[in-house]
Design a protein around this ligand. Structure first.
Ligand SMILES: [Zn+2]
Length: 572
C-alpha cells in the first residue's frame, strides 16, 4: 500500500470479456500486483457497441472483491468505428437510439455499482446531417456544450439515479483541455452536475503525436482540475499509448501526476499492461510509484505562479506546458487570481471580456503581471493601449543571438541560443517601455522580454517564439528577467534546456530534468536569507540525507532532485 495515493486500474469491457478462467486470470493479474499495489479497479460495462452481460460482470466483481480490491463501474460512450470516417467517433446525440443506449448502459452500470466513471469519450464530435440541422445557426461549441450539459443531466445522471439512488458518477476529462468546449465538454457546468471529476494526464512525444502535449501537462492539468472542483478531482489517469519508443515517456506521466499530489492514479488499461509487448513497463511503473511515494513524504501542497485559464478558452494552446518544461512553476486556475502578487496571462485569457480591466487593477495594486505576446495580439485593439504603448506586428525576426539589457540603453554580452528562434516583432515606444532582453537581428533587434511601469506594479510582456519548442532553446540570460518575476518561494532556478520545477508550501522544491544531456543547474535568484539544502529522499537515514547544495550543480539526463529551502531567521 502506498502512503500518499491509491492506485486504480481501468479494465475495458474487452479485458473483462477475455477472462474465461478466473484461476488462470488470478495468475496473470499477479504479474501486475507483484510490482504495483492495486487498491481499486474500474470495470467497464460498455465500449463501442460491445457490452458485458450482468451475470458475467457479477462474477468479475466477486473475483476482485475476493482479493480485497474495491470495484467501480466504467463506461466509454463511443460508437463502433464507422467506415469512411476520420478518427474516433462519439455517440450521436441527435440519434434517439444512441440516447436510449446511453441511458440503458448508465442504468445497468448503476445497478451493478455504487459509483462509476465515464471514460474521456463523453464528448460530441458528430457532424452527421441530423446534427448539422439541429445545430442551426449556433456555433458548434455553443451547440455541443449546451447539448452535453443536457445529456449529462437528463440521460446520464437521471437514468443512473433511477436505477440506484445512491450512485455517484465521475466524469473523466481528456488531456486535450484546449479543445474541451469545441467537443461539448463544459467543466464549468458539469462540475456541479457530476459528483466528482477525474483528470487525463496522458502525455507522449509532443512532436510526433497530433495532440502536441508537453509532459508538464501531466502536472499542470491536474492542478487546473483541482482548482475546478476542489477536493473532488479524484485523480490522474495515464496510459501506455505511444510510449514504446521511449519508456521514459511512461514513467514521467506517472511521476508528474504524482507531483501534483493526486488522491489516486489510474492505469489505463489492464489488457494493455498485461500484453506481452508492454509487460516490461510494469516493474518500471512499480519503481516509479515507490519512489514517488517516498518523495511525497516531504512535500506539502503544490504552489506556483497563478496562471489564469478561463473556461472554454483557447489560444497559444498548451503554452504553459512548454514554459513548465523550461523551469517555470504554475498554479492554473479557471478564475482570475485577483489578490495574487504575480499573475501569468497567455492568449487564452482574452476569452475574459474584462481582462484589460483586471490587468489594470492588478498592476495598480502592485502586482507583477506577465502577459504573453499572443495575449497582447488578441487584445491590442480592445483597450490594451490604456495599459502599454506596444503592439505585436505581422513581421518576424529569426535569430540565435540574444542579450539582456545592461542598462536603460544598451544590451550586455551576447548569448547563443541552442536553435534559431523565430519571434514576432513587437513595436514599442522607447522610454515608455523598457526592453529587458532581446533577440539580435541584422542591424536591429526584437524584444524577448519587455517591461512597463504601471501604478505600483510591473507589467512584463514575454514574446513567445513562433514554434513553442524554441522556448527550450532560449539562453538563460535572455529569460532571466522572467525568472525573477515568476520566482516561487523566493528562489528561481536556471538551467539550459528542458527541466521542470515543482514547488510546495513546505519549502520543498522538486526538480525534474527532461534533457538528454548533462546540464548545469543554478539558482538565478535567491531572496536574502534563503539557504538551499539538497535532500536525498531515497537515502534510508533521513537525518543524514540532507546537505548544503553546491551550485552550479551538474545534473544527469532525466534525473530528479529535491531541495529544501531554509529561511534564516532575522534576515529580511
Ligand atoms: Zn449526429
Amino acid at each position: 500500500m502506498y502512503r500518499h495515493f491509491k492506485i486504480s486500474v481501468y479494465c475495458t469491457v474487452h479485458d473483462l470479456l477475455n477472462i474465461t478462467d478466473f484461476d488462470s486470470f488470478r495468475e496473470t493479474f499477479s504479474q501486475l500486483t507483484k510490482h504495483v499495489h492495486v487498491d481499486h479497479v474500474y470495470l467497464e460495462t460498455y465500449r463501442s457497441r460491445v457490452r458485458i452481460e450482468e451475470e458475467q460482470m457479477k462474477r468479475v466483481i466477486s473475483f476482485f472483491e475476493s482479493i480485497g480490491i474495491r470495484v467501480s463501474g466504467g463506461i466509454t460512450p463511443t460508437r463502433d468505428e464507422r467506415l469512411n470516417r476520420f478518427g474516433f467517433s462519439s455517440l450521436c446525440y441527435s440519434d434517439p437510439d444512441d440516447l436510449a443506449l446511453l441511458e440503458e448502459v448508465c442504468a445497468m452500470t448503476a445497478r451493478l455499482f455504487d459509483d462509476f466513471i465515464l471514460d474521456d469519450f463523453f464528448f460530441d464530435n458528430c457532424r452527421c446531417e441530423r446534427c448539422i440541422e439541429q445545430k442551426g445557426e449556433m456555433s458548434w461549441s455553443d451547440f455541443r456544450c449546451a447539448r452535453m450539459k443536457k445529456v449529462s443531466e437528463a440521460c446520464v445522471i437521471t437514468s443512473a439515479r433511477r436505477a440506484n439512488p445512491k450512485v455517484k458518477v465521475t466524469i473523466k476529462y481528456p488531456n486535450w483541455y484546449a479543445s474541451y468546449h469545441r467537443t461539448g465538454y463544459c467543466p464549468e457546468a458539469q462540475k456541479d452536475i457530476f459528483d466528482a471529476i477525474y483528470t487525463g494526464t496522458e502525455t507522449r512525444d509532443s512532436r510526433m503525436t497530433q495532440q502536441n502535449l508537453p509532459k508538464y501537462l501531466s502536472y499542470f492539468l491536474m492542478r487546473y482540475m483541482e482548482n475546478v472542483k476542489p477536493t473532488l478531482n479524484l485523480g490522474g489517469w495515464f496510459d501506455l499509448f505511444e510510449c514504446s519508443g521511449n519508456p521514459l515517456d511512461y514513467t514521467r506521466q506517472i511521476l508528474l501526476t504524482a507531483w501534483s499530489r493526486p488522491k489516486s492514479m489510474t492505469f489505463f488499461c489492464l489488457g494493455m499492461l498485461l500484453a506481452p509487448e508492454y509487460r516490461s513497463f510494469i516493474p518500471m511503473a512499480g519503481d516509479a510509484l515507490a519512489m514517488a511515494d517516498q518523495i511525497l513524504e516531504y512535500s506539502g501542497s503544490p504552489i506556483g505562479v497563478p496562471a489564469y485559464v478561463p473556461y472554454a478558452s483557447e489560444g497559444e494552446n498548451y503554452i504553459h506546458n512548454f514554459l513548465g518544461m523550461r523551469g517555470f512553476s504554475f498554479e492554473p486556475t479557471p478564475s482570475y487570481p485577483t489578490d495574487a502578487k504575480c499573475v501569468f496571462l497567455s492568449e487564452c485569457a482574452a476569452k475574459d471580456d474584462s481582462i484589460v480591466e483586471r490587468i489594470r487593477k492588478s498592476l495598480a495594486e502592485g502586482a507583477d503581471v506577465v502577459c504573453t505576446s499572443g495575449l497582447v495580439a488578441r487584445i491590442q485593439d480592445k483597450g490594451w493601449e490604456s495599459i502599454a504603448s506596444m503592439t505585436i506586428s505581422n513581421r518576424h525576426i529569426s535569430t540565435n543571438i540574444f542579450a539582456a539589457a545592461e542598462n536603460a540603453l544598451a544590451y550586455g554580452p551576447r548569448a547563443i541560443a541552442r536553435a534559431t528562434v523565430q519571434l514576432p516583432v513587437i513595436e514599442y515606444a522607447t522610454n515608455d517601455a523598457w526592453v529587458l532582453s532581446a533577440g539580435i537581428g541584422e542591424e536591429t533587434s526584437v524584444p524577448l522580454v519587455i517591461g512597463v511601469n504601471y501604478g505600483r506594479g510591473r507589467l512584463f510582456v514575454f514574446n513567445i517564439p513562433e514554434d513553442f519548442g524554441q522556448i527550450y532553446a532560449l539562453p538563460e540570460n535572455a529569460i532571466k528577467p522572467l525568472r525573477e518575476a515568476l520566482a516561487v518561494n523566493g528562489v528561481a532556478m536556471a538551467c539550459e534546456g528542458r527541466f521542470s520545477v515543482f514547488a510546495y508550501d513546505t519549502d520543498i522544491m522538486l526538480l525534474q530534468s527532461f534533457s538528454e544531456n548533462y546540464e548545469t543547474l543554478y539558482p538565478t535568484m535567491v531572496e536574502p536569507g534563503v539557504r538551499i539544502i539538497e535532500v536525498n529522499p531515497l537515502f534510508e537515514q533521513r537525518d543524514k540525507s540532507e546537505r548544503n547544495a553546491i551550485f552550479p550543480m551538474v545534473i544527469a539526463p532525466g534525473s530528479t532532485h529535491m531541495f529544501r529551502l531554509i529561511h534564516e531567521k532575522g534576515v529580511d
